[in-house]
Design a protein around this ligand. Sequence first.
Ligand SMILES: NC(=O)c1ccc[n+]([C@@H]2O[C@H](COP(=O)([O-])OP(=O)(O)OC[C@H]3O[C@@H](n4cnc5c(N)ncnc54)[C@H](O)[C@@H]3O)[C@@H](O)[C@H]2O)c1
Length: 369
Amino acid sequence: MKRVKTAVVGLRRGATLAKFALNYVKSIEIVAVCDLNRELADKFALENGIPAVYYELDEVLKTDVEAVILATPIPDHAEHTIKTLNAGKHLLCEVISATSIEDCQRIANACKANPSVRYMMEENYCWYRPLTIVQNMIKAGLFGDMYYGESDYLMDFQFRAGFPDSVQPWRRKTYFGRRGHPYITHTLGPLCYTLGSDIKTVTCLGAGSHPGVPADRTCVLLLQTHDGGMIRLRNSFMCTRPDLYTYYSVQGTKGCYQGSVGATDTHKVHIRGLCGSQEWRDVYDFRGLLPKEWDMYPKDFFDDSEDNGTTKYDSGTPLLLDAFAKSIISNTTPPVSAKRSLNWTAAGILSEMSINNSGQPVEIPDFGL
Ligand SMILES: NC(=O)c1ccc[n+]([C@@H]2O[C@H](COP(=O)([O-])OP(=O)(O)OC[C@H]3O[C@@H](n4cnc5c(N)ncnc54)[C@H](O)[C@@H]3O)[C@@H](O)[C@H]2O)c1
């Protein structure tokens, strides 16, 4: 079987991705790792038997690797993406694609200039296990026509002594340095992926202030999809409560999925015809609908009862890595295409324009893709 020769660049989050690939993904061969931090790169390569080590992305781009998995800080994504695509390397880039509309357009232009090169954003939450079951229930027609989705992503960075200065400078700038909420692809992406439509307009309002932090404590976004559907998101990095990373709900004409909001909750579905009018069923009653790709994990790997909306966001990440590699091998568009990656990223970026105009809807550009 063909395996895609891949380098992983940025070995904090990238180490997790590399280990997933090494342990589970047959379609990827990790041939090199790279980090500016030489000690980190050397240690990872030694411990995991990686044949080549580099200390700067530019060095990787001079080699014969076919693909790069990029997990560098968000403000560097646009420059790193453009040089990687122009070097003819397929790219899986961590979230989010870019931090300005101009950079989204430059990435789109680089994709167009290199049509045989694949670009995909690493929006792993699209493969979140309960949501994957729901996606297959939708495909089987159990939910009817889909028209609504909602998601919450609530975390608390305030507990860190010295906040906001205690946060890495790039995170401080990206998450807290402006109004609106650019980091929305974990909430938005999986909903678009599940509902099957991307974003036409974004509206954003916010509330709560923290000294020295331009961002609101919480933002609510209302987004209209191209097919007339609607999405509601609440995002916060300054929210005093237990974390919630993976709350999703989707609504169709025949049924609804309501995800877990914490330790005592469950993932549940109501399907008219299969449930009484006020009855919920556990989504895992339908686990037989998980695609066979999930067999890449060892049997009994998952304890679904532990999945409570906070910790299992990486449950399907190896499947994403496999889907990226298979799109290269089969020369097909990756499931999170460049067009979708930039649409979801741009919706977050433009939430700033909406919030600064008292919640006026803002149209998402199509970037010519
Ligand atoms: N999808 C997810 O669930 C998820 C989870 C965590 C982080 N992330 C994303 O992963 C990315 C990285 O996050 P992080 O927390 O690991 O950041 P980090 O700042 O902790 O680590 C980034 C690493 O990249 C290295 N690096 C920077 N520039 C480089 C270059 N030119 N060449 C080689 N190495 C370079 C740095 O030395 C550092 O080790 C971000 O985009 C973040 O949003 C995604």
